[in-house]
Design a protein around this ligand. Structure first.
Ligand code: ADP
Ligand code: AMP
Length: 215
C-alpha cells in the first residue's frame, strides 16, 4: 500500500499513523519527525530547518523533496509506505508524482482527515510528544503515567511550535499552501476523506474500512 495522510496540523495524522503502520505493516514516514531528529542531532539540515519550524513556516520545497527522494529509495519502502506531513504544497505533490512515476509505483490513496479549526487549537496546545514519535494529549489521550511515554518509557515534551503564536501561523500556512492538495488529489481520483472528530478508535475503524481495499 502506498498511502499519503493529509490533514491540518493536529488532525490526528501521527496518532492514526501508528495504528495504520501496525495494522498494514507499512513504514511510517513523517517529515516532521525526520526534521526534528535532524534538529536534535544539530545536522546541517536541522540547522537550516530550525528557524522555519520554530516560526511555524514550511521548510523550502527543495529540501523536503530531497528528503523524500532519499527516504523512498530505502529498501523498506519497496513494499509500500505511508507519508505523514508530506506533501504540503503543490510543487511537493508534483515532485512526489515524478519520483513515483520514475519507479512505476504510483500512489494508491490519499487519506484526508477532516477536523474543524476550533478543535485543532485545543488538540495542539495540549499535545505532548515523545522522541520515539508517539503523541499524547494531556486531556484527550493521556499516557498511563503523566509525562512518560507508554510505548518506550521516554520523557514527554511540548513541541516549541505547539505554542499559541506558532499554532496560529501553522493553521494559516495549512489553509494557504496545503489545503489546495485536497482539490489536487480529488482531481486525480485518489482522495478519500474521514471525519477526524470523535474518538481515536472510532476514527481508526473508519480508516480501516477505506484502507482494507488496498491491502
Ligand atoms: P498531527 O500528526 O495530525 O499533527 P497528532 O496525531 O499529533 O496530529 O494529534 C494532535 C493532538 O490531538 C495530540 O495531542 C493527540 O493526542 C490528539 N488527538 C489525536 N486524535 C484525537 C482525537 N480523535 N480526539 C481528540 N484528540 C486527539
Ligand atoms: P509536523 O510534525 O508534520 O507538524 O511538522 C512540523 C514542522 O516541520 C512544520 O511546521 C514545518 O516547519 C516542517 N515540515 C514538516 N514537513 C514539511 C513539509 N512537507 N514541507 C515543509 N515543511 C515541513
Amino acid at each position: 500500500m502506498r498511502l499519503v495522510l493529509l490533514g491540518p496540523p493536529g488532525a490526528g495524522k501521527g496518532t492514526q499513523a501508528k495504528r495504520i503502520a501496525d495494522e498494514y505493516r507499512v513504514p511510517h514516514i513523517s517529515t516532521g519527525d525526520i526534521l526534528r531528529e535532524n534538529l536534535r542531532a544539530e545536522t546541517p539540515l536541522g540547522l537550516e530547518a530550525k528557524g522555519f519550524m520554530d516560526r511555524g513556516e514550511l521548510v523550502p520545497d527543495e529540501v523536503l523533496v530531497g528528503i523524500i527522494r532519499d527516504r523512498l529509495g530505502k529498501p523498506d519502502c519497496a513494499g509500500g509506505f505511508m507519508l505523514d506531513g508530506y506533501p504540503r504544497t503543490i510543487p511537493q505533490a508534483t515532485a512526489l508524482g515524478e519520483i513515483l512515476g520514475e519507479k512505476g509505483t504510483p500512489l494508491d490513496v490519499v487519506l484526508n482527515i477532516d477536523v474543524p479549526d476550533e478543535e485543532l487549537v485545543s488538540r495542539l496546545s495540549g499535545r505532548r510528544m515523545c522522541e520515539c514519535g508517539a503523541s499524547y494529549h494531556v486531556q484527550f489521550n493521556p499516557p498511563a503515567v503523566e509525562g512518560v511515554c507508554d510505548a518506550c518509557g521516554g520523557r514527554l515534551y511540548q513541541r516549541d511550535d505547539d505554542k499559541e503564536d506558532a499554532i496560529r501561523n501553522r493553521l494559516q500556512v495549512y489553509s494557504d499552501q496545503t489545503q489546495p492538495l485536497i482539490d489536487f488529489y480529488s482531481k486525480e481520483s485518489l482522495l478519500a476523506s474521514v471525519d477526524g472528530t470523535g474518538g481515536i478508535d472510532e476514527i481508526f475503524a473508519a480508516i480501516k474500512k477505506i484502507l482494507d481495499a488496498y491491502k
